[in-house]
Every structure is written in C-alpha cells, then in structure tokens.
Design a protein around this ligand. Structure first.
Ligand code: NAD
Ligand code: DAU
Length: 338
C-alpha cells in the first residue's frame, strides 16, 4: 500500500509516521509537510533512513504539488494544519489558508487521483464549548458551533470534506480528537510549556481561573486510533477519540509540578484567552465499540512518561524554544525552513 501523510513533521503526524513506518515495513509512506514553525524533521530521526519512508516539502494548498504527490496513493491521512488557538486569535489568516483552502486543494487532488481512503484529522473544538455544570458530551451527531478562528477553520475544513464525500463519493473517515500530549509536543501548548518552564524554574501562565476542562489523550494512543481507523473505520463515518477523563487545567499543572518536585508558586495567573472555551468532553464509545480502540495510558501514567521524555530530551526542546532547530535543518537535512 502507498500511504500519504500530510503534516507528518508536526506533533501528532510525526507520532503516527514513526509508528507506521516501523510497524508496516511493506508500505511506502510519503510525508508531505510545508515545514512551518511547527514542523520539525528532528521528530522523525528514528525513521528518516528507512527504505519505506520519503519526505516531500510541499504546501497542501499547492494544487500542482498535491496532484503530483498523491499519484498512486491508496490512503491519505490529513494532519496538516495550523493548530494553535492562541496564534489563530493573533492572526487568523494562515488558518484560513491552510486549514480551509489547503484542505480543499488536497481533497480535490485526492479525488483526481482516486485515493481509496482518506482520514481527515479534526478536533473536538468544532463542537464549541460545554459548561462546567453540565453532563453533556460531544458525539458524532453534535452540530458544529466553533468559537475561535482555529475551531472555525477546522469546522469549515470538515464541512468541505463531508460535502466532497456526499457529492463525489470521496471515501472519507473523520476523526474528532481531544487534546493530545506526549513526546515532541511543541512547547507553546499548555503541557510542554509547563514542563519546560518548570524545569527552568520559570513561571507558568495560567489563563483566567485555571478551571477550564480538557480531555488529554496520549499521542501514541492517537497514533493507534488512526491505525485502527485505517484498518476498520467505515467510509462515511465520524469517530470521536478521547479518554473520557476530564481534567481542569490547574489540576494538570499541579500534577506536573508534583512530578518535577517544583513549587506551586511557579503558577502565575494571567489574562484569560479571548473567547476561551470552558469545557470539552467527548463521547468516544463509538470508536471503542466499532474500532475496538481504547487508550493504553491513563493520564497519570502518560504524564509521568511525558515528563521523563522532556527530562531526557532537553536538547530537543531547548532548540525548539530558542528557534535554533530551524538552523539545524539547513545543516542536517539541507532543506530550508520557512
Ligand atoms: P502541529 O501544529 O504540531 O503540526 C502541524 C504540521 O502541519 C506541521 O508539521 C506543519 O509544518 C504542517 N503544516 C502546516 N501547514 C501546512 C501546509 N499548508 N502544508 C503542509 N504542511 C503544513 O499540529 P498537531 O498538534 O500535530 O495536530 C495535527 C492535526 O490534528 C491538526 O489537523 C490539528 O488540527 C488536529 N488536532 C490536534 C490536537 C492536539 O491536541 N494537538 C487535537 C485534536 C486535533
Ligand atoms: O481540543 C483539541 C485541541 O487541543 C486541538 O484541536 C488544538 O490543536 C490543540 O492546540 C489543543 O487546543 P487547546 O487550546 O485546548 O490547547 P492549549 O494547550 O493551547 O491549551 C490548553 C488549555 O490550557 C486551554 O484551556 C488554555 C490553557 N492555557 C494554555 C496555555 C498555552 C493556559 O492556561 N496557559 C497557557 O500558557
């Protein structure tokens, strides 16, 4: 099988690529990535020399490049996106370009090339926000109600994908995934920012009252969910992937400080995120029943492993935080970084 992955140099995409290349040596995998600030080829060192792995630096919004890249591809997994809510609040434009236009271009190229299966990565954020006192959860029939430019761009991408599936019989599976954490997580998101700041005895910014609630899925569990979605997912279906373990941000941060044996005085309340979504909660029973997926890591175990990974990989995150990973590319891989 020939499998194409977009955004495979990012956090979740690289976890999936590492997993697939190692476990499916008979398949050819092509990783298509624009290498924005969030794309880091160091995340793929483990597999970059494997015979069944190839990297292509390209933008999913580039029609000619995508038409060529998807030639004879059987399965496409679309991870590529601008993914940070805070950046979408500062400047929504790259989100519109990549998440909406890029997805549309990619799907058209997939249609032209008659790709047999497309797994599109979406987020729980398309469903909006739940209140802390409700027991409601999102499921595959929940209507979209996005509340940040990031969430709106992901909802639009999903709607375009569904329209293609309905109109042109595009063989589509959608995964709406909860917050991920784990190795190679870019340290601008809550968990890696908190771990690395705490290790450097720097303050950790807590937005507002710190009581917003998220479900945290370990990235290796998401890679496994993607693998089973490819194998067993029914074309046309949507699966929600989450742990059903809801946690307020402040509790997550206190757990990190405890593991690292650092004082809670490092927590610093700052101005709340604009339009901050209060709570996400996913009913992932469909994925559990129909795909046979369940998480390997509960949060405490996954978090302890993640803190350990950051302790053992200080070079990686220090290069990311200083921006020097971008120079490293030029020397190491002879590709340029935007
Ligand atoms: P990330 O920001 O870490 O990585 C995104 C990758 O996409 C990077 O390698 C980047 O270079 C690449 N990219 C960006 N624009 C591109 C373009 N125009 N063409 C080609 N490549 C491009 O993102 P992530 O956290 O790994 O998220 C992966 C996917 O999963 C995204 O679609 C995101 O919306 C979704 N998602 C993420 C989470 C999470 O917690 N991280 C949760 C749910 C869903
Ligand atoms: O829910 C899935 C989404 O999870 C994905 O679609 C996004 O791509 C991913 O980035 C993530 O979005 P969040 O906004 O939930 O993640 P983030 O790590 O930015 O923030 C998590 C929570 O922590 C959120 O309530 C905001 C808060 N926060 C975040 C940062 C960066 C802080 O309190 N302080 C911070 O410094």
């Amino acid at each position: 099988m020939k499998i194409a992955v977009t955004g495979g140099a990012g956090f979740i995409g690289s976890a999936f690529v590492r997993h697939w290349v190692k476990n499916h040596p008979q398949d050819q995998l092509i990783n298509i990535d624009k290498l924005t600030y969030a794309g880091n080829l160091e995340n793929l060192k483990e597999v970059e020399k494997n015979q069944n792995y190839k990297f292509l630096k390209a933008d999913i919004a580039d029609t000619q490049a995508m038409l060529k890249a998807l030639d004879k591809v059987d399965t496409l997994i679309n991870f590529a996106a601008e993914s940070h809510v805070d950046r979408s609040i500062t400047d929504p434009n790259p989100f519109i370009e990549t998440n909406i236009k890029g997805t549309a271009v990619l799907l058209e190229a997939a249609r032209e090339n008659k790709v047999k299966k497309i797994v599109h990565f979406s987020t729980d954020e398309v469903f909006g926000a739940l209140s802390l006192d409700s027991k409601k959860k999102f499921n595959a029939t929940t209507a979209h109600n996005p509340r940040s430019p990031y969430a709106a761009s992901k909802a639009a991408a999903e709607d375009i994908a569904r329209a293609y599936a309905n109109t042109y019989d595009l063989p589509l599976i959608i995964l709406n995934v909860s917050n991920n954490y784990g190795p190679f997580h870019f340290p601008e998101k809550l968990i890696p920012l908190a771990i690395t700041n705490a290790m450097e005895d720097k303050e950790i910014p807590v937005y507002g009252d710190g009581l917003s609630v998220r479900e945290w899925t370990h990235v290796e569990d998401t890679a496994l969910a993607t693998e089973v979605a490819i194998a067993k997912g029914v074309i046309g279906e949507t699966y929600l992937i989450g742990t059903e373990e809801e946690l307020p941000n402040i509790q997550v941060l206190k757990k990190i400080l405890k593991i690292l044996n650092k004082p809670e005085s490092l927590l610093k309340t700052v101005k709340d995120r604009l339009g901050h979504d209060r709570r996400y909660a996913l009913d992932s029973s469909k994925a559990r029943k129909e795909l046979g997926w369940s998480q390997k890591y509960d949060f405490d175990k996954g978090l302890a492993m993640t803190v350990e990974w950051f302790k053992n990989n200080t070079d990686w995150w220090k290069r990311v935080k200083s921006g020097s990973y971008q120079d490293y590319y030029k020397q190491q891989y002879e590709v340029s970084q935007e």
